[in-house]
Structure formats: C-alpha cells, structure tokens
Write a protein that binds this ligand. Structure first.
Ligand code: NI
Length: 156
C-alpha cells in the first residue's frame, strides 16, 4: 500500500469526467488500497480516484464507524429525497469549508471491490459523502455549489 499524491484546487484533472471501471483487476485493487490509506492519512471522509489523478469511477468513504471503509465502483445515484444543509470540505481544497445543500437521502447502486452489485439507501453524512464523491466522478467540485457567503478558510 502507498499514499498517493492528492490533486489540489486548480488542477485541471478535477474538472474531468471519470470513466467506468470495466474490470476490477489487480490494478484497481491496488488503487483501492492506496486510496483507503490516503484518505486515512489525511483524516478524510471520502476520496474519489480522480483526486489521486486516476480518471476511474472509484470512490472510498470512511465515516470511522463500525462499518469500516466503503468502496463504491461505478456508483449510480438512483433516487434522492429531501435536502439537508451541511458543512462540507474536500481533501483537494485544504482548509476550506462551506455550507452546501445535499439530498437528505439517496439510493445508490454500485459494485463493491469483489464485483458484487450492491444497492443501499443512505442518509445524513453518508448521503452527503456519496453525493460529494459522485460529483467528483463527474468533474464537479463542492466549491462550485456552496451557499454564497458561507466559505471559510481555516488555518491548518
Ligand atoms: Ni472532495
């Protein structure tokens, strides 16, 4: 396992759309392990492969609860319900936080790292994290959808 370099604000790759994973091969497994190590190293909640320079539809999320890291490959948000106003940050935008409106609930379908199709209903922080990371796969970053006037810069 290895820590991968994070791509930061201003890097054009963050605006690119990631491609579907066609085969969950050894390379993808190594990428997943490295992404988990990287998100833990920076105490992040989620990381999309594009944030380490790989344009593949792979996400890792860890809410640091008893579920452990969740790996979502080729995720599709099938349904959203309601909304929540939440504080949000991103490992690619260090020390920047702002309020964002996210769905309160989402139904998402994805492949796990064994290639098994999984469908889950997520709410609260997990719903927020899934939406944030799926945005990354579509070349969208949270800073472009914040509630105006809520951006704060925190010293590290
Ligand atoms: Ni992010």
């Amino acid at each position: 396992m290895a820590i991968r370099n994070i791509r930061y604000e201003g890097d054009e790759i963050l605006k690119k759309k990631s491609r579907e994973v066609e085969e969950i091969d050894e390379k993808i497994q190594i990428l997943i392990d490295d992404m988990i190590e990287t998100v833990h190293k920076y105490n992040g909640v989620g990381l999309a492969a594009v944030q380490v320079g790989i344009l593949k539809r792979v996400i890792v999320i860890d809410l640091y609860d008893d579920k452990g890291p969740i790996v979502l490959i080729n995720p599709k948000i099938l349904k959203t319900k309601g909304e929540q106003e939440v504080d949000e940050g991103c490992l690619s935008f260090p020390n920047q936080f702002a309020k964002v409106i996210r769905p309160a609930e989402v139904v998402v379908e994805y492949l796990d790292r064994e290639g098994k199709k999984v469908k889950v209903k997520a709410k609260e922080l997990l719903a927020q994290a899934i939406c944030h990371e799926v945005d990354h796969l579509n070349g969208e970053v949270f800073i472009d959808k914040i509630i105006p006037g809520t951006l704060e810069y925190l010293e590290s």
